[in-house]
Design a protein around this ligand. Structure first.
Ligand SMILES: Cc1cc2nc3c(=O)[nH]c(=O)nc-3n(C[C@H](O)[C@H](O)[C@H](O)COP(=O)(O)OP(=O)(O)OC[C@H]3O[C@@H](n4cnc5c(N)ncnc54)[C@H](O)[C@@H]3O)c2cc1C
Length: 323
């Protein structure tokens, strides 16, 4: 396509998106405002929605128009490149929570984990309380199979509603979600999460609240909660990643700490002194700074322990090609 016809095509696409989504469609949306690491460039087009139907429409129309689509939840596990994100970014916010029979609860993709925890405790339902304090949405938690204190969120999931890149919607059983540590089929497919169903049981609200408070307390004492971060940058090494000395735990945070990296900085990006696997943005760090620091940590851990740390943080958009 020549420059002029490319421009015409883009204008037509923009007009079509505006007709469909109205004034909810924004352009040049700063992604540092929508991600907990507070870094990254602009989203070319941006839509915030609480309706699963909107996501299905967005999937279909972006496919038809050949526009890249990125789905975001709470933005608490991503780093967006300084060059921003091309195409349409759909951010799922809010959504419904429903009883699905006596032992299941269904939450739509944009519901927050914390919102679901509160909802279930208020209704004296046990199962979610230990997830209190997990930032982000149901969609994000399913995508990376959120994990905490030795548990995987997939342990309490019974089924997930997915939309594929053609707009076809299906309900997928837990067994077919291919969940693993920091892994699900959504990571390897063009599918997006519309909702998830969780197993619940009757519970004593006093006990549930105490359990939620314990989780929150554990987080407060082990994570740098007052500073901008995206949680753990690396996955914990698996057995197949290589041997470690008996006295070294299989924890990315411990390896980073033992490699002497706590406090290491690039610009305003710093390896947290509280948790070695957290990189915090002291304010004004670029995605470039953060990514450089990530690679410094990966290289230093490899030099000390011979283990290549795998990414837990998800990288979206355009990064400096020299990295
Ligand atoms: C202080 C802090 C503590 C944290 N503690 C934990 C923890 O204990 N355990 C843990 O596992 N994580 C933790 N995290 C990381 C993060 O909160 C989780 O990974 C969370 O589940 C991400 O959800 P999100 O909605 O923010 O996802 P986002 O960051 O918005 O997105 C993450 C990925 O999921 C994809 N995605 C989002 N929504 C959908 C959808 N509907 N369909 C398909 N794909 C989707 C995105 O495209 C992206 O690739 C922590 C983060 C912070 C900042």
């Amino acid at each position: 396509m020549g420059d002029q016809s490319l421009m015409n095509h883009r204008n037509k696409t923009l007009a079509l998106f505006q007709r469909i989504f109205g004034d909810r469609l924004r352009s040049a949306m700063p992604m540092d405002e929508l991600t907990t690491l507070r870094a990254g460039g602009l989203a070319e087009l941006f839509l915030e929605t609480s309706r699963p139907d909107d996501l299905v429409v967005a999937v279909k129309v972006t496919l038809e128009q050949g526009v890249p689509l990125t789905v975001l939840g709470g933005g608490s596990n991503v780093l967006v490149g300084d060059g921003g994100l091309r195409g349409l970014v759909v951010r799922l916010r809010h959504g419904g929570i429903f009883r699905a029979g006596s032992h299941h609860v269904r939450a739509e993709g944009g519901v927050t984990m914390n919102g679901l925890v509160r909802w279930t405790i208020q209704r004296e339902l046990a199962g979610l309380e230990r997830w209190a304090g997990t930032p982000g949405s149901i969609g994000g938690a399913i995508h990376g199979n959120a994990h905490f204190d030795g548990r995987l969120v997939s342990d309490i999931v019974s089924s997930v509603g997915l939309v594929d890149s053609t707009g076809a919607v299906r309900s997928v059983s837990q067994a077919d979600m291919c969940f693993g540590y920091d892994d699900s089929r959504v990571k390897h497919s063009d599918e997006r999460v519309l909702w998830a169903e969780f197993k619940v049981a009757e519970g004593d609200p006093t006990v549930l609240r105490a359990s939620a408070r314990r989780s929150l307390g554990f987080r407060k004492s082990t994570q740098p909660l007052g500073l901008a971060s995206a949680g753990c940058v690396f996955q914990n090494p698996r057995l197949e990643d290589g041997p470690l000395p008996d006295d070294v735990p299989r924890s990315a945070g411990a390896l980073i700490e033992q490699a002497g990296l706590k406090g290491r900085r690039v610009g305003r990006a710093v390896v947290s002194s509280v948790h070695g696997n957290f990189i915090v943005n002291e304010g004004g760090a670029t995605a470039y700074d953060i990514r450089q620091l990530v690679e410094i940590c990966r290289a230093a851990v490899f030099d000390c322990f011979g283990i290549v740390l795998r990414d837990e943080l998800v990288y979206l958009g355009e990064f400096d090609s020299e990295l």
